[in-house]
Ligand binder design. Structure first.
Ligand SMILES: Nc1nc2c(ncn2[C@@H]2O[C@H](COP(=O)(O)OP(=O)(O)OP(=O)(O)O)[C@@H](O)[C@H]2O)c(=O)[nH]1
Ligand SMILES: [Mg+2]
Ligand SMILES: [Zn+2]
Length: 310
């Protein structure tokens, strides 16, 4: 038998210099090997790592010996290699905003994180508008985001059945939850992972600034996947997508852009632009195109990186 065995795993928790790693369905408590401490990149929850297991001396700490390259990295919450995000939007209280939804979607697409759209509080929308009008409103949203663009959309109304539809979407990979304050992120996570029992309806402005950021992020097994226990994050203060690449974060615009006359087309003033033609033909929603233009202008007017806060 070899004395040292190398296994590949994923960091699911990090507390005071210890890294907790899942490998082959088991948990290992590891300390980084000496060389690591001199490297600038600190291991993050979500990092894929190699660990060295001392098969002879079981009392000794296992070592974290190698970090694999990251696919992406979020600052708040601090987590690497996120594959999927539940973008949670309430239909009412707070009111549904397509602009905000499109911004969330683009930012996550830009980070190579696949979004799922979760619409909450359908029951309250029915109370407010009546059955028919509420159904029509949700239909318009799902026609655009599900039928036209191709995102998975789940509509929640507080019932267990609907939460189970979210569960059914979960595949292998790392999930986070995003959305404005009060939309129902914690409520949803509590249904997905009842053991967690996150406080809901917290006073969140204080929370978003302080508590979430200092708290250790933990990945919890959820079906075949892993879900970050963060009660969610709602700030998207920067769009660090180069403006020429913004178009690729809107799937239907990216698709239409392939038929533009000029390769460098950003679909604003260029002639023979297939994106603009598609908007005029009603194949691309005007709201999406307008939100693309808004984001493009915001990126253009954004201060250079070294000048940004945070
Ligand atoms: N009627 C109804 N209420 C909901 C639904 N989803 C969430 N709520 C309520 O909305 C309130 C806010 O929900 P939270 O889960 O705390 O919201 P959050 O997104 O975690 O908010 P922050 O933690 O502030 O970011 C709570 O009172 C929930 O019970 C829903 O589908 N229907
Ligand atoms: Mg919450
Ligand atoms: Zn174009």
């Amino acid at each position: 038998m070899q004395e040292k065995e190398i296994k590949e795993g994923i960091i699911y928790n990090a507390i005071s210099g210890f890294y907790y790693v899942w490998a082959d369905g088991e948990s290992y408590t590891t300390k980084p090997k000496g060389v690591f401490r001199h490297q600038s990149a600190k291991p993050l929850v979500g990092d894929h790592v190699d660990i060295e297991i001392d098969a002879v001396n079981l009392e000794s700490n296992d070592r974290l010996v190698k970090m694999h390259p990251r696919k992406n990295e979020l600052v708040r919450p601090p987590i690497a290699n996120v594959d999927y995000v539940f973008v949670v939007m309430s239909l009412i209280e707070p009111d549904f905003s397509m602009n905000l939804l499109d911004t969330f979607l683009a930012v996550f697409e830009g980070n190579k994180i696949q979004p799922f759209i979760i619409l909450t509080k359908y029951d309250l929308l029915v109370d407010s508008l009546g059955e028919a009008e509420a159904a029509a409103k949700v239909q318009a949203i799902t026609d655009l985001y599900r039928e036209n663009i191709g995102y998975d959309v789940v509509v929640l109304n507080g019932s267990k059945e609907r939460f189970d539809q979210v569960k059914a979407l979960i595949q292998e990979g790392v999930y986070v939850v995003a959305g404005q304050s009060g939309v129902g992120k914690s409520t949803m996570i509590n249904h997905l992972i009842p053991e967690l029992n996150i406080e809901t309806a917290e006073i969140s402005s204080a929370l978003n600034r302080g508590r979430h950021t200092t708290r250790a992020v933990t990945l919890y097994p959820l079906g075949k996947g892993l879900l970050a226990d963060t009660p969610g994050f709602s700030s998207l203060e920067l769009i660090d997508i180069p403006k020429e690449e913004l178009q690729y974060t809107f799937p239907e615009i990216a698709e239409a852009a392939r038929s533009c006359k000029f390769r460098s087309c950003v679909h604003i003033n260029e002639p023979k632009c297939h994106v603009k033609a598609s908007v005029e033909a009603g194949e691309i929603a005007d709201s999406r195109y307008q939100n693309y233009l808004n984001m493009y202008q915001r990126i253009e007017s954004q201060k250079p990186v070294y000048d940004r806060k945070s």
